[in-house]
Design a protein around this ligand. Sequence first.
Ligand code: SAM
Length: 251
Amino acid sequence: MTDITSPTNPRVKSLAKLAEKKHRAESGLFLLEGEEYVRTALQTGWQVEEVWHTGEEPPSNIRTSTIRTSTSVLSKITGKPNPQAVLGVLKQRWNPLPTTPQGLWLALDRPRDPGNLGTIIRTADAVGAAGVILIGEATDPYAPECVRATVGSLLHVPLAACSEADFIGWAKGKRVIGTHLNATKDFRTFRAEDATILLMGNESEGLTDALTNICTCLAKIPMRGHTESLNLATATALMLYQLQADNLTSA
Ligand code: SAM
């Protein structure tokens, strides 16, 4: 076990930089706050490079490189005034697009908001979706705000990322249910079949024309008030629950 208690330590400074996308991309690392989640990460085969903790002893049964530190150091690394007592430094995981997808895959066209993306990953986990695909210039699922919003689900939902062109090539011949404000088919008539891809649009622009054109069908969630559209995370939750309705039981 090592001790690092100075907020000016170079290792502390370099971990604090993981708040920036550029540094996460260069290092391939991200931060996971909270003992429970760090434990789950270790149990589920994530590569945990280091565990920082404020207690005298490292959390029990954590067999990886541990660093004893202070609350002010964890505060500096996470940018939070009241950080959790345990912080993991993990390797990011990215999956290739599946050759023969099974189950329900969720694809998101350029999602922008990390809070939305985290909420969506959490819902994808709740309904047992097979994975989430990020298309084009998407917000980073390993950004701290997104990781927090997933409330641990990030550890259980396979993630893939690709360009729009690669997605279109991959999706060819597959069942793609798009969502569009101009669609006429009510979303309550849809169910997931093995394999289905649910495609959701960008927060401000919706789906691009190119993506809309590859959909095998387009669904609309009816609205009767004054709003032009639903929030992306809300619309995604409604679609995921509708599509998985036959695969979910309350018992
Ligand atoms: N101004 C954008 C547009 O014209 O599409 C609004 C985008 S909306 C905030 C983000 C995404 O949520 C949409 O692209 C679509 O995937 C989904 N969405 C939101 N409301 C919807 C609805 N009523 N029916 C179907 N999809 C909806």
